[in-house]
Design a protein around this ligand. Structure first.
Ligand code: HEM
Length: 282
């Protein structure tokens, strides 16, 4: 069962769902993601804001960042923020995000391979690796996603809301992700088109067609935001946040005599207060 290409089985169940129909559906989903993301950018003016903010920050920069440093920061964003979800301080949330992200990536890539290369009569010849990875991807997403839904998300973990309290727009992304992969597994395990296939199609339509309203596009925006944050730290703008000066320097003591009076000449750096309590919620 785990080694069967469920898309190739479809044609056996109903003549209506030919390999070409599934290919058209997949292309349509791709176009919906592109269109939804563009509409989102235009509507929120995020690109305009991003560029304006970058220009303003460049004008206030106190340090020059070299092209080599910029490349280094891009690599760091890719290897750290993107590939290892390093922005999450809460390690459970990070694990759940990694499972969801890699699960979804595996699921989408293997779906495309099975639909476009092995969706027709050659379905029986689909190398076992693709359906196995497809099931694994869906399962990883379900483990990470249900963990997030029932225990980790802020509404439940910090606000004390019940898992079944749904905020339609805010939860559309996670629920449509979960629906798509859960119904995909159920459809595959029951070996038929039927109700689970229909629910799979409906969930995926919400997932890929709802980009404009949901949090789907964060996967494109978050890396850009992480890169911008790094550049602003490096060029001295620091998002208009104050720098904590060296508390043992004579210059600071002269400016703020309270410091040596109450904390001594060489006060310890106590770090940001926010880090004193472990990040349990977010
Ligand atoms: C296949 C790609 C991805 C999937 C399926 C995915 C999935 C998710 C999910 C389900 C959430 C929780 C959303 C919610 O609060 O309802 C989330 C949040 C988040 N993701 Fe992703 N993600 C992906 C890619 C990325 C990438 C590439 C980055 C960053 C570089 C990223 C950074 C974040 C961050 C920082 C949050 C927390 C957002 C917040 O609480 O406002 N994600 N992601």
């Amino acid at each position: 069962m785990l080694t069967t290409n469920p898309f190739a089985e479809l044609a056996n169940v109903s003549e209506l769902i030919s390999p070409t129909t599934m290919q058209i559906y997949a292309v349509l989903m791709f176009l919906l993601v592109v269109g939804g993301t563009i509409l989102d950018i235009v509507h929120k003016k995020s690109m305009k804001y991003f560029n304006e903010y970058t220009d303003k920050a460049a004008a206030k920069a106190t340090r020059q960042v070299s092209a080599a440093d910029m490349t280094g920061m891009r690599v760091k964003v890719l290897t750290s923020e993107v590939l290892t979800s390093s922005e999450f301080s809460n390690q459970k949330r990070r694990m759940s995000h990694l499972l969801t992200m890699y699960g979804f990536t595996l699921f989408v890539i293997t779906s495309a391979i099975m639909i476009f290369f092995y969706g027709d009569a050659s379905g029986g010849k689909t190398p076992a690796i693709w359906p196995v990875l497809w099931h694994l991807g869906a399962l990883m997403l379900c483990v990470g996603g249900y963990w997030f839904w029932f225990a980790i998300r802020v509404d439940v973990a910090a606000e004390g809301k019940k898992w079944y309290d749904i905020a339609p727009k805010a939860d559309m992304f996670i629920l449509s992700l979960l629906g798509t992969c859960t119904f995909a597994l159920l459809w595959s395990f029951t070996s038929g088109a039927g109700i689970f296939f229909l629910l799979f199609l409906i969930s995926s339509l919400f997932l890929f067609g709802g980009v404009y309203w949901s949090k789907f596009a964060h996967m494109f925006f978050k890396p850009a935001a992480a890169y911008q944050k790094k550049v602003l730290e490096a060029n001295g703008h620091n998002q208009n946040l104050p720098y904590v000066p060296d508390l043992s320097s004579a210059e600071v003591h002269e400016k703020y005599p309270d410091i040596p009076t109450y904390m001594g000449k060489n006060p310890p750096n106590m770090g940001p207060g926010i880090r004193r309590e472990p990040a349990n919620h977010y």
